[in-house]
Write a protein that binds this ligand. Structure first.
Ligand SMILES: Cc1ncc(COP(=O)(O)O)c(C=O)c1O
Length: 375
């Protein structure tokens, strides 16, 4: 076979669904290196995935050990680490039982199915600028016209309400509504943080209508915001929570956790790979690391807030958004040239979701580079 570099191979053999630039070949802690040996502080972190940093020794060791024992066995059997992980997720969410998937979109698919089968209702309410995944079901509750319209018609039927508009929610939710899908902070939209009263209001409207409140914590969960869940800042308890990204430090896994009594019965849902021994081992190790660093995350967020104060950042824990406008891609490039990876989310919003292990020195360096790029 002819000798081609990765970029040429990718162009020839991989479908061009992503706009790729650099090739990252190694990661440790908050840093990654590209194939030319350049070092970056990684405030993208696999898009809020590498929660414990790159290649955390505890996560690497858990995967290595489990890989030597049993990689896969099927959900036909009791799976090593699976019940222990379910117990831990129930403990941190305060809900009743868990079910695993392989991604965030799939966790939301599960939530759609669970809401339909237990309520007997078919329709959903979700929010403008919200993002819940790319599978047909999760896309049906995702708002952005550019990514959903080419695939219409999508099921389930979903009514979209302006994010933050409680009157709109009250109007949209009715006796046919199985559930309301909401992110505690909209991540893909660029870190949009509504007031706590919004979530309290959704809870009340769902209770009155007999609809389920489904909180998508795929991006905000597992310590990202300084609590285990983003919704825990608001004092509201949802019926279903979905998780993925930060749960296993980059090993693919998703989960839904539902309140007591809300569960799949035999044969109602399933998956070959979901909740396998390796994924659960990586997740358990990740949760152990996050538990230790969780109390310090709000302080780190405040350090970012102070460092970036000139640009009015929206900050909750280590989820940070800055409105930059059309200069966003240019700012992203300038930061990369200075050794800091950041990412443009929707509508000219710069998003920072660094590893939760980021150090004070790294935060200060990121703030310095960003301020220079923004000025
Ligand atoms: C809030 C939210 N939900 C769901 C998803 C989809 O997750 P996945 O890409 O793992 O399918 C994402 C991904 O960005 C997300 O941010």
């Amino acid at each position: 076979m002819e000798d081609m570099d990765t970029r040429a191979l990718d162009a020839k053999y991989y479908m061009p669904a992503f706009g790729r630039t650099m090739k990252i070949v190694r990661g440790r802690g908050s840093c990654v290196w590209d194939d030319a040996g350049n070092e970056y502080i990684d405030c993208v972190a696999g898009i809020a995935v590498c929660s414990t940093g790159h290649c955390h020794p505890a996560v690497v060791e858990a995967i290595r050990w489990q890989a030597g024992e049993l990689i896969h066995c099927s959900n036909l059997y009791y799976v090593p680490n699976q019940a222990e992980l379910a117990e831990k997720l129930v403990e941190i969410t305060g809900l009743g039982k868990a079910f695993f998937s392989n991604s965030g979109a799939e966790a939301n698919e599960g939530a759609i199915k669970l809401a339909r089968v237990r309520t007997g209702k078919k329709e959903f309410v979700a929010f403008t600028h919200g993002f819940h995944g790319r599978t047909c079901g999760s896309l049906a509750v995702t708002h952005k016209p550019a990514i959903r319209e080419p695939f219409a018609p999508l099921e389930p039927a979903c009514t979209f309400v302006e994010y933050g508009d409680l009157d709109g929610v009250a109007e949209a939710v009715n006796s046919t509504t199985a559930g309301v899908f909401v992110e505690p902070i909209q991540g893909e939209a660029g870190v949009i943080i509504p007031p706590d009263s919004f979530f309290k209001g959704i809870r009340e409207i769902c209770d009155d209508a007999g609809a389920l409140m489904i909180v998508d914590e795929v991006q905000t969960g597992i310590g990202r915001t300084g609590e285990w869940l983003g919704i825990q800042h608001t004092g509201v308890t949802p019926d279903i929570v979905t998780l993925a990204k930060g749960l296993a430090s980059g090993f693919p896994i998703g989960a839904l956790v539902a309140r007591e009594g809300l569960e799949f019965q035999k044969s109602e849902h399933g998956s070959t790979f979901a909740g396998g021994p390796l994924a659960c081992a990586a997740a358990l190790a990740t949760l152990g690391v996050v538990e230790e660093i969780l109390p310090d995350i709000p302080r780190k967020g405040e350090r970012f807030r102070r460092g970036l104060a000139a640009h009015n950042p929206r900050v909750r824990g280590l989820m940070i958004g800055i409105s930059v406008g059309e200069r966003c891609p240019e700012v992203q490039q300038r930061c990369a040239a200075e050794g800091v990876l950041v990412n443009c989310a929707a509508d000219g919003n710069l998003r920072l979701v660094p590893p939760l292990v980021i150090t004070d020195d790294e935060i200060d360096r990121v703030a310095g580079v960003l301020n220079a790029a923004l000025d």
